[in-house]
Design a protein around this ligand. Structure first.
Ligand code: FO1
Length: 319
């Protein structure tokens, strides 16, 4: 069984690529839940939904989140009320776009959680509903929330930072509220200990992989088996393919490069997979304590994705 630590888009793409190399039913995605938010009273789990919808071939390919063939009638109807809501009210938020089909997922998850189901249970039900063969588990069934401190001093939730502010504002700190009390979801500790290898997907090292590692059990387990843990750099040529990972690394005092990523991951992973464009930095990655393995990392075709998956698994097995 292959375990993959997942954020959103990059991890979803990698899990899809991995399914060309290993049986999907032999893959477990451990997914970040610190992006989760409650809006309109609905429990929304963006990374879990992005991974589920991608593996179900239902993701909207342009947005990278939400469903394809989507309509926005409910959001349009909300605008009427947003126009009259009192100043202090947060009702009818229209800054976070929820498609009409996507709403069904939030209705179902919210109702099931309200009946006392755990997020792990509901995630398994949603995967079954979409016939997703990989096993997806939330990192924790307890609430962990990313809080971003902006350069102007204010604290905002991850989604306010990422969506409402279009992640266009510098950050000075990121913290994961609840991480010190939360525990891994049921079975995840066993998965991390028994997996043939563990892949850290090409997700944001700070706000996608960071929350998973903030759970007390995780780093010690990974460090104890670091030779069979391989990370795929989400930074290529100093930039992130999507999202603010590069800027966040710089703003939080790290280097926005494969070397900066290696410094973050070297305590828990022996190998960093980097794109050929960063081949000249391989010695510096090794100086940072990780073996550099070079292979095309932009999954622009199924073949490239499959090769990235194959190289990553090989790197984690031959130690
Ligand atoms: N990202 C946006 O940039 N704008 C949105 O309006 C938006 C809505 C949204 C709704 C459901 C969902 O599952 C994801 C959504 N995302 C949106 C993406 C979300 O912000 C994710 O957290 C990011 O993709 C980072 O993982």
């Amino acid at each position: 069984m292959i375990a993959v630590l997942c954020g959103g888009v990059g991890a979803a793409r990698f899990l899809g690529a991995l399914s060309h190399v290993v049986d999907p039913s032999d893959t477990v995605g451990i997914v970040n839940t610190a992006d989760d938010t409650v809006l309109h009273g609905l429990a929304i789990c963006p990374d879990l939904d992005t991974v589920t919808y991608t593996l179900a071939n239902a993701i909207d390919p342009d947005r990278g989140w939400g469903l394809s063939d989507e309509s926005w009638r409910a959001m349009e109807a909300l605008q009427r009320y947003a126009d009259v809501r009192p100043q202090r009210s947060v009702a009818a938020p229209t800054w976070f776009n929820l498609g009409d089909r996507d709403l069904a997922t939030h209705f179902y998850r919210t109702a099931r959680l309200g009946e006392g189901a755990t997020l792990s249970e509901v995630t398994a039900e949603i995967c079954a509903a979409w016939q997703v063969r990989q096993r997806l588990v939330p990192m924790s069934d307890q609430r962990v929330s990313t809080v971003v401190t902006l350069a102007d001093g204010g604290d905002v939730s991850f989604q306010e930072y990422f969506v409402k502010l279009h992640h266009g504002v510098p950050v000075t700190a990121v913290r994961f509220v609840g991480a010190s009390e939360a525990t891994l979801a049921p079975g995840v500790e066993g998965i991390l200990k028994s997996a043939e290898c563990i892949v850290i997907a090409p997700s944001n090292p700070i706000v996608s992989i960071g929350p998973i590692r903030a759970l007390a059990e995780v780093d010690p387990i990974l460090a104890a088996r670091r030779s069979s843990v391989v990370a795929i750099s989400p930074i290529i040529g100093g930039a992130a393919l999507k999202g603010p990972a590069d800027r966040m690394l710089n703003e939080l005092g790290h280097e926005s490069s494969v070397v900066g990523v290696a410094r973050l991951y070297s305590p828990v992973a022996a190998t960093l997979v980097i794109d050929p464009v960063d081949a000249h930095l391989a010695p510096a990655v090794e100086d940072a304590g990780m073996r550099a393995v070079i292979t095309p990392s932009v999954m622009s075709s199924p073949e490239i994705g499959a090769e990235l998956a194959r190289v990553s698994l090989l790197a984690a097995s031959v130690q």
